[in-house]
Design a protein around this ligand. Structure first.
Ligand code: PEP
Ligand code: MG
Length: 325
């Protein structure tokens, strides 16, 4: 099967009914980069920048960060890289960066909250990313956004760094795309403001599922209790796609859900046209979509999702569809 998937590398990811799907991969270290051409991914949909911090024994210095991003961009060889700003805290522990003991770290001082409270840290990272992307395109996104106002604050810092660099004659990115991760349910009631405030949105389904269903993603006792392919979560995801489409904002999903063929099929069925996953999943997901009639699936899924009386599970519906097509 491995061989079969390799043979698919050069084949365009287009569904049976002609929908072009963007298949991207997740990464976080230089060792991941060769997987880009190995897997045939179109680009990197999620680059977890905190990994450089997590494997270091001291805080990476500004020039170390810049050099690292330069190497990533160079090895990506023209393919798009979506850098996520530091997502420290919660399940992502950086040993030398100790905050306070927290009773609920997942709900605590983490990600963009921490970055906004330590603007020096964020500005250093933004500057390193801008410098490393001189004369290329920089695609950047912010984790764990809760209120759209947080994005404005990051944009202001970003603008300051751009001005600073241009004042000192540094090269700047040819194009800058600014996005948000959607992984906190509060954003579901700010969809239109959110879509307007960014160039793109990426759904972090691992955290969005954890927060929507109130199940700790790291607690095996409850993490499998509810199905991410159940109706509540699929309706949430469908609302996000509708909000993005309504505002013509590109939307992608980069959580684990994207990497399982049946789940990926469901994501396409509710309207996603771009997903990002671990490189090993690209082949199996591509094999699935080449034979998929996504319009037919969308119809079946919408019917079940809109029927409040139906007791059939979405997983049954999806499995049946996969079998009969
Ligand atoms: C997510 O939450 O789905 C996500 C992609 O980010 P991480 O797994 O790094 O929290
Ligand atoms: Mg997350």
């Amino acid at each position: 099967r491995q061989e079969q998937f390799r043979a698919l590398r050069a084949i365009e990811p287009v569904t049976k009914d002609g929908q072009r799907i963007s298949l991207m991969m997740n990464a976080g270290l230089l060792v991941d980069l060769p997987q880009l051409s190995e897997s045939g991914a179109e680009g990197i949909g999620l680059f977890r920048t905190e990994l450089q911090f997590m494997i270091a024994s001291t805080m990476p210095k500004a020039d170390e960060q810049e050099q690292f991003y330069r190497n990533v961009i160079k090895q990506a060889a023209g393919r798009v890289v979506t850098f996520r700003t530091l997502d420290i805290g919660g399940d992502k522990v950086v040993p030398y960066f100790r905050g306070h003991e927290e009773e609920n770290p997942a709900l605590g001082w983490r990600a963009i909250r921490l970055s906004l409270d330590r603007p020096g840290l964020l500005r250093t990272q933004l500057r390193a990313l801008l410098k490393a992307s001189a004369d290329t395109e920089l695609k950047l996104m912010v984790p764990m956004v809760t209120e759209v106002s947080e994005l404005r604050m990051v944009r202001e810092l970003l603008q300051k760094e751009v001005q600073h660099l241009s004042r000192f004659g540094h090269g700047l990115p040819r194009k800058l795309q600014f996005g948000a991760m959607l992984e906190v349910p509060a954003l579901l009631w700010q969809l239109d403001e959110l879509m307007e405030a960014v160039d793109f949105v990426s759904v972090g389904s691992n955290d969005l599922f954890q927060f929507s269903m109130a199940v700790d993603r790291g607690n095996a006792r409850v993490s499998d209790r509810f199905d991410p392919l159940g109706k509540p979560f699929l309706r949430i995801l469908r609302d996000i796609v509708r909000g993005a489409d309504r505002n013509k904002t590109p939307v992608t999903l980069c959580g684990e859900l994207a990497g399982k063929p049946l789940s990926a099929m469901a994501l396409l069925g509710i309207g996603f046209r771009a997903i990002s996953m671990s490189p090993a999943s690209i082949g199996p997901v591509k094999a699935m979509l080449l034979g998929l009639d996504v319009e037919a699936l969308a119809k079946v899924m919408d019917e079940v999702l809109d029927d409040h009386r139906s007791t059939v599970t979405m997983r049954e519906v999806l499995a049946r569809f996969a079998e009969s097509h």
